[in-house]
Write a protein that binds this ligand. Structure first.
Ligand SMILES: [Zn+2]
Length: 417
């Protein structure tokens, strides 16, 4: 909790209640050791959604669910003609994820509602807490699917037809857990969107700051690359006769890492996924698939990194004597959040004496899609060591609650404007 004389003129959330709420979430969908494995549209996701909806109703909110399972919990405003101010994030996690990535943003939104109830305060605009479906994209691709469908970036039927690795459709799993809602939400019918999220990097902690005001995002390029060689016996097959798809993949992985180092510290380059066929002892791989992912705050530099990665593919294929093809390419990010909202967060943080800085997000977030339809901003709060997408993800109230208080005061100002 923050106990500071300078805070007296500002609203404050109940930090203990927020932590108790996070602790309940932290027991739903347990994963490895201290983490969570609450993949989208699993039974764990359903259980968490049910608890969240109950909490929202107990706080007096009207809850609606849209056809991709996004949950909107609305606290009425004084003027029914005003559009809603949205606050939220996601409740699904990575396969070996932590207890705070996304979850902190949704439950901070709920804590704002509870705080306003305690104060018996009505805002001019309604305030809605939102939980976006399938942000992580572990079970169903792509990530940020719910927010993308809401914003019209993805076609609804296409989203519902996405399948997991067992061939189960997103739409049927959504219906199974009871969150295929009837109410399609008009994306232009919202005033603004605020998302608080753990930083997922080490900067705030290293600089001793409690709030990152996210002004925009890195530009990210990605590709799925396939190498096709030939199965052969690892013993009798002479080196000169091999068409080893795994060697080509390994050469590309090493090259992509080298590109990352060449553009460090701002640039990041990763091959996060490698699939190998047949992936058996004693058999030379006939097919591999490598996911290439490069990111940079500067769009021209991101393009430069991506071009170098793509240019490295033919050489890797030639050395391994295999065929290469790029199966899929994508780009996201490279956006600026709303200047007025960025200024609002900065003003509130400065007035509240909460140490802050501007920063860019290097990770994907639901806010990117929402930003295409409404004024949007994000607030980052520190996480220990920058550790995330990991069961050891950790945050403390002392350096988190100040950011939630900045969010509360900024949201209330916006909702009263
Ligand atoms: Zn997240």
């Amino acid at each position: 909790m923050v106990a500071s004389a300078t805070l007296r003129n500002f609203l404050e959330v109940n930090g203990e209640r927020l932590w108790d709420t996070l602790a309940v979430s932290g027991r739903i969908g347990p994963g490895k050791s201290t983490g969570l494995s609450r993949l989208a549209l699993t039974d764990g996701d359903k259980e968490m959604r049910d608890v969240f909806v109950r909490w929202c109703r107990e706080a007096g909110c009207t809850v609606t669910v849209d056809p991709v399972g996004n949950i909107f919990a609305r606290r009425a405003g004084a003027d029914p003609r005003q559009k809603a101010v949205l606050v939220g994030s996601h409740l699904d996690t990575q396969i070996a994820g932590g207890k705070y990535d996304g979850i902190l943003g949704v439950l901070s939104g709920l804590e704002i509602i509870r705080t306003l109830n305690d104060l018996d305060m009505t805002t001019r605009h309604p305030i809605e807490v939102v939980c976006w479906t399938n942000e992580e994209g572990v079970r169903f691709q792509p990530p940020m699917l719910g927010a993308g469908a809401f914003a019209g970036v993805h076609d609804l039927d296409w989203a519902l037809g996405q399948t997991d690795q067992d061939g189960v459709a997103f739409g049927s799993e959504l219906a199974r857990i009871g969150y295929a809602g009837p109410e399609r939400r008009d994306p232009t019918d919202i005033d603004s969107y605020f998302e608080l999220h753990i930083e997922q990097g080490p900067v705030l902690e290293e600089e001793g700051l409690q709030v990152g005001i996210v002004t925009g995002s890195f530009t990210s390029f990605g590709a799925e690359v396939e190498f096709r060689g030939e199965n052969a016996h690892a013993g009798p097959t002479l080196m000169r006769d091999r068409k080893d798809a795994l060697v080509a993949a390994a050469l590309l992985v090493a090259k992509v890492s080298e590109i990352g180092w060449n553009f460090a510290p701002k640039g990041r380059a990763t091959c996060a996924r490698l699939s190998i066929s047949p992936n058996r002892y004693g058999i030379i791989a006939d097919r591999t698939e490598v996911t290439v992912d490069v990111r940079h705050p500067d769009v021209a530099e991101a393009e430069n990194m991506y071009r170098r990665a793509i240019d490295a593919i033919p050489g890797a294929a030639q050395l391994a004597n295999v065929q290469a093809s790029v199966k899929k390419q994508w780009k996201f990010g490279g956006l600026n959040f709303d200047t007025e909202l960025v200024n609002l967060i900065r003003t509130v943080a400065a007035e509240m004496d909460v140490p802050h800085r501007h920063m860019l997000s290097a990770a994907g977030h639901d806010a990117y899609h929402v930003a295409t339809v409404a004024p949007t901003v994000m607030i980052f709060t520190p996480c220990r060591g920058g550790v995330t997408h990991n069961e050891n993800e950790h945050i403390e109230p002392s350096y988190t609650v100040p950011g939630v208080n900045v969010l509360l005061n900024a949201v209330v100002r916006r909702a009263n404007s």
